[in-house]
Design a protein around this ligand. Structure first.
Ligand code: FES
Ligand code: FES
Length: 191
């Protein structure tokens, strides 16, 4: 079957999708978006977290057919997603080439990092490529819903995202940092 999606704001279609194929497989293998990771394929680790119509889900648990006609936002589009939310400089956001995020985000003209991504970099919270993408999407969703989260809020929001090897302290620091920056930006805006 053919599945039509809007992925990171761009219309995409995937052909020859078989029944039971996961959204994660479609994103990674058919649409060339490897940011969402396949680590457990059982909904246990959160490495494949994407937003489906704005709600974080484990893409490995969503059948591709369930995503028909819906909006999917992946870690590749996180900077754009965050920029749309805050009305940030659209010039920092690519508008055309759907594969542009494959280039380094630091390249001139490439997409800026989202505030959460920048905070992960600044706090030294970027760990491995398996857990980080899902953590970023989950953290961004938290800051969208709860602008000034408590530590309990942060722990709960990230409780579905597992790291198998290191610790969570720097990740917590990064979310606190992103929240504090968001708060400062709001206060300055209100002046
Ligand atoms: S790969 Fe989907 S939750 Fe682990
Ligand atoms: S699973 Fe990514 S650093 Fe542990």
């Amino acid at each position: 079957m053919r599945v039509n999606l809007v992925v990171n704001g761009r219309r995409q279609e995937a052909d020859d999708v078989w029944e039971g194929e996961s959204l994660l497989y479609v994103l990674r293998e058919r649409l060339g978006l490897p940011g969402s990771k396949n680590a457990c394929e059982q909904g246990e680790c959160g490495s494949c977290t994407v937003r489906l119509d704005g709600v974080p889900v484990c893409a490995c648990l969503v059948a591709a057919g369930q995503a028909e006609g819906r909006r999917v936002d992946t870690v590749e589009g996180l900077a754009e997603y965050a920029a749309r939310r805050t009305g940030a400089d659209p010039a920092a956001v690519p508008s055309d080439d759907p594969r542009r995020w494959e280039a380094s985000p630091r390249e001139p003209g490439g997409p800026a990092l989202s505030p959460v991504q920048q905070a992960f970099v600044d706090a030294g919270a970027v760990q491995c490529g398996f857990c980080t993408p899902g953590l970023l999407v989950a953290a961004d969703d938290l800051l969208e819903r709860v602008p000034s989260p408590s530590d309990a809020d942060i722990r709960e929001a990230l409780s579905g995202n597992l790291c198998r090897c290191t610790g969570y302290e720097k990740i917590l620091d990064a979310v606190r940092l992103a929240a504090a920056r968001q708060d400062t930006a709001r206060t300055e805006e209100a002046r």
